[in-house]
Ligand binder design. Structure first.
Ligand SMILES: [Zn+2]
Length: 389
């Protein structure tokens, strides 16, 4: 049974079995979005499940327990948006919806699918108490093999693991190029000297670290929240490891560790590093989730303003987040000057049919609030040669 409130907050859309028949306006918007793009790249996508079928997935029972009502509600909203209608079939249903959405996108695309590492303590021991969810590297790799021309596996390896470097080499040999971290959830401190051999190995193997940065809202472990400070990534950058910071670190304030620890918006700390010429070709930002109501103020405006950095930005959907009906407000994006009023109805139509396509078309349609003719360049949505992924 679908709870109407959860449906409204979660995924208020219906994926049609057959290809959608678009209205002329929606058709035009999709055509405009794909104009000039042979293949678009989504560098940020989550693979989730509940471990109902797959032994490679584990969810901490506390996440699904009413003892933690906020976590419980969030989990319900996520499940709804991800197409999970029956908890017992959660793993298959998540995949079914994801594959269906991808299949119906009328433009060739590549999607980087993330594994999800457990928490580890500094002594190298696994910390299951703070682990909210675990999606193994094996599982992600296996799923990506089902659609090898579209899905790109991204492993997640905790640098405190005693076998971290061995694990890294193992996946590199299988052709994996990217490693995913969520410090505020997994508990790694990117500035911890213990990570140095890991960074060094990543650099030697020409692998790229993609990490969530800025305040974590989806699955934070509160005591780990300061670990999402963008400045902590100076260590891998100084070593020469390539780093993509998700959402351009666009949420919340972080401690300015270079200025007496005063609180500064995280996206400003991120752009401070982007300004440094020595990080050219090393530091990148993904624009995923920046259209959400909680990031489309100053963080998104700054992203549009910083035009000299647009060649270092990458598109990411952060799926399943765009499927959450309440996450993005088109009305607010119009009010703030990013969208034209007439795009609201075709975008809503696209959302209702395919939230993954909606996310892409939305980001292609948004413009600089100060310049209606300026949209993010096509390179943001394309293959990034300098990353080699
Ligand atoms: Zn994400």
């Amino acid at each position: 049974m679908r709870n109407p409130l959860i449906t409204l907050i979660g995924g208020n859309f219906k994926t049609r079995k057959k290809s959608a028949k678009w209205s002329p306006k929606a058709q035009q918007l999709i055509a405009d979005a794909s104009d000039g793009l042979e293949t678009f790249y989504d560098y940020h996508m989550h693979l989730l499940g509940l471990g109902t079928k797959e032994r490679d997935i584990w969810v901490n029972p506390t996440v699904l327990s009413l003892i933690h009502p906020f976590d419980f509600l969030k989990a319900k909203v996520f499940m709804n948006a991800s197409g999970i209608r029956n908890k017992k079939k959660a793993d298959e249903q998540y995949l079914n919806q994801l594959f269906q959405l991808i299949e119906k996108i009328p433009i060739a695309g590549k999607y980087c699918l993330f594994a999800w590492e457990k928490c580890y303590d500094l002594n190298g021991e696994v910390n299951l108490k703070d682990t909210k969810i675990h999606i193994s590297n094996d599982y992600v790799f296996r799923i990506c093999q089902r659609l090898p021309d579209k899905l790109v596996p991204v492993v997640s390896i905790h640098p405190y693991r005693t076998d971290a470097v061995i694990e890294l080499e193992k996946w590199a040999k299988k052709g994996v190029k990217m490693v995913k971290w969520m410090p505020a959830t997994m508990g790694m401190d990117p500035s911890e000297p213990r990570c140095v051999p890991f960074y060094q190995k990543m650099k030697d193997l020409d692998m790229v670290l993609i990490s969530h940065a800025g305040e974590e809202e989806t699955v934070p472990v509160e005591k780990f929240q300061p670990l999402n400070n963008p400045l902590l990534f100076r260590l891998p950058l100084e070593i020469g490891t390539k780093v993509i910071l998700a959402h351009c670190a666009g949420k919340g304030d972080g401690k300015d560790l270079e200025n007496k620890g005063k609180k500064v918006p995280n996206h400003e700390l991120f752009f401070r590093m982007m300004d440094e010429p020595r990080y050219e070709g090393k530091l990148f930002g993904d624009i995923s989730a920046l259209a959400q109501a909680n990031r489309c103020g100053a963080p998104l405006r700054t992203v549009f303003e910083q035009k000299e950095h647009h060649h270092k930005l990458l598109y990411g959907s952060d799926y399943p987040l765009p499927a959450i009906n309440s996450a993005i407000s088109l009305k607010l994006l119009i009010k703030l000057g990013y969208l034209n009023k007439e795009d609201k109805s075709p975008l809503t139509e696209i959302y209702k049919n395919n939230p993954l396509l909606f996310s892409f078309v939305l980001f292609r349609s948004m413009h600089d609030p100060n310049d209606e003719n300026y949209r993010l360049p096509i390179s943001v949505f394309s293959y990034h040669k300098s990353l080699g992924i």
